[in-house]
Ligand binder design. Structure first.
Ligand code: IPE
Ligand code: IPE
Ligand code: MG
Length: 250
């Protein structure tokens, strides 16, 4: 696939975003509000993932990217981290067959070297099993950080061009963890915070941003539709003027 960046070419703005990227935030607060342990929010969050995957398939979204665990989330209490890992294992175990049956490809991106062997081999086999599926690609970002991604890509780019010291965006992009996907059209963050938290830093350069106070476990099909409706009312100018777009000048 030829690399086209939203910073250099104007992609068509389809009615439905091709690529939706979500920071699933607010699980802990959802649980605390109900006097439940934070883990109850994470468990409920998995249900929300299932319904959003289904809704995206039905809406015709081609790529859905979910931030599940950031490179900074290791700073959480050990108990919460190990529970999140177990939840990840169980969800993979339970959901991969369903994804496969629905022709959905699963990718997991991030620095997987910190995960244990069992989890790593489950990830590898889930990716292998679903690799040929074409209806939608679900990417789970696990131990992912936008800065980590850029740095690992820089390392690979330099290794691929020995002796070179002058590089272009086009040379870096194929080494980014999500090089197989177009840049996100729509970014959603639930849970009320309005920040990127080291998610896809490079790829979000021209993405439309949507923030909602809804906690992730409460995020439902209607919430996704509200985000898509908001996206459909935006004018994506990629640095140009509104008048240029009206003339369809690129
Ligand atoms: C997001 O919910 C899930 C992960 C980061 C794994 P949080 O656990 O951050 O929930 P809040 O922000 O504390 O409510
Ligand atoms: C971002 O949420 C990471 C994920 C949803 C996986 P956090 O809850 O960790 O983000 P901060 O700490 O509020 O920025
Ligand atoms: Mg949070």
């Amino acid at each position: 696939m030829k690399y086209t960046s939203s910073t250099t070419a104007v992609p068509d703005a389809p009615a439905v975003p091709r690529h939706v990227a979500i920071i699933m935030d607010g699980n802990g607060r959802w649980a605390t509000k109900r006097f439940l342990p934070r883990v109850a929010g994470h468990v409920k969050g998995v249900d929300a993932v299932r319904s959003v995957v289904e809704a995206c398939v039905r809406r015709g979204v081609e790529y859905l990217t979910l931030f599940a665990f950031s490179s900074e989330n290791w700073r959480r209490p050990e108990e919460e981290v190990s529970l999140l890992m177990r939840l990840f294992v169980t969800a993979l175990d339970r959901e991969v067959s369903k994804l496969h049956a629905n022709n959905i490809r699963l990718k997991v991106v991030g620095d997987l070297s910190r995960f244990d062997d069992k989890l790593r081999s489950m990830i590898a086999s889930a990716e292998r099993r679903t690799a040929g599926n074409t209806r939608m690609t679900v990417t789970v970002c696990a131990n992912y950080g936008g800065r980590w991604d850029i740095m690992q890509a820089v390392g690979k780019m330099v290794a691929a061009h020995p002796g070179s010291s002058d590089f272009s965006e086009e040379q870096l992009a194929p080494h980014l963890a999500m090089a197989y996907a177009p840049e996100p059209d729509l970014f959603i963050r639930t849970g009320g915070e309005q920040r990127i938290s080291n998610f896809l830093l490079w790829q979000l350069a021209y993405t439309e941003l949507f923030f909602t106070d809804t906690y992730w476990p409460d995020f439902a099909i209607e919430s996704l539709d509200a985000a898509i409706a908001s996206y459909q009312h935006r004018e994506r100018r990629f640095g140009r003027t509104g008048a240029q777009l009206a003339e369809k000048t690129t």
